[in-house]
Design a protein around this ligand. Structure first.
Ligand SMILES: CC(C)(COP(=O)(O)OP(=O)(O)OC[C@H]1O[C@@H](n2cnc3c(N)ncnc32)[C@H](O)[C@@H]1OP(=O)(O)O)[C@@H](O)C(=O)NCCC(=O)NCCS
Length: 181
């Protein structure tokens, strides 16, 4: 499995490595970020990172988990996921930002780069996301990147909204954006 590095104006998305234990714990060990089940100790985060890397190694080419770095500081500010969805046969998009990275547009910028990679390079037919009904910041990110709410879904035993975006819809959005500029 090879995960390409993706660049945006402010961000660099690159594969997580075993050497990222500290940065991964800053993110995954924070209950404000991983509110559904953070890893409370550095050791638990290390185990989670190893599990993630092992899972990524089994994914189709080009899918996986990216550490999101700010290009100016090289600091890891978040995580982006494109992986086979557990709830249907689409590819799931996920985004998680360190608490001090919220409110800067990083999640939207990084998610757009992952979607562009998914549709243009991997030619995925559909990308989806599941957002807890009360996760308003995440609903806003989903809407900003063009995902369309397609109905309720129970995920992790909790009420979520399923979002979807097909390749055709993404191309139409891109066309509209180009025409507007
Ligand atoms: C979901 C999550 C990633 C959203 O983070 P976020 O900072 O709100 O999202 P963005 O990075 O896209 O930032 C958008 C906000 O930054 C603001 N912003 C500031 N500067 C900006 C810029 N240069 N460009 C774009 N937006 C900017 C926007 O106005 C927007 O605020 P608004 O939504 O109140 O209008 C974050 O809340 C999080 O990590 N939550 C915990 C993990 C989680 O729940 N993940 C989703 C699971 S489904």
């Amino acid at each position: 499995m090879t995960l390409p590095t993706l660049l945006t104006g402010r961000l660099r998305l690159r594969a997580w490595t075993e050497g990222d234990a500290g940065a991964f714990h800053e993110l995954w060990g924070d209950p404000r970020v991983i509110w559904w089940g953070h890893t409370a100790t550095p050791e638990a985060s290390l185990r989670k990172l190893a599990e993630v890397l092992a899972r990524c190694a089994t994914m189709p080419e080009g899918l996986g988990w990216w550490a999101v770095e700010a290009r100016d500081t090289r600091r890891v500010v978040g995580n982006i996921v494109l992986q086979p969805a557990s709830y249907d046969d689409t590819t799931e998009l996920g985004y998680h930002l360190a608490r001090d990275g919220w409110g800067r547009g990083y999640a939207t910028e990084a998610a757009r780069a992952a979607l562009c990679h998914g549709f243009s390079t991997l030619r995925l037919p559909v990308v989806s996301a599941v957002v807890h009904v009360d996760n308003h910041a995440s609903h806003r990110v989903a809407a900003r990147v063009g995902l369309r709410a397609s109905g309720p879904i129970t995920y992790n035993g909790m009420p979520h909204v399923l979002y979807e975006l097909s390749r055709e819809e993404a191309l139409a959005l891109d066309g509209a954006a180009s025409a507007a500029t």
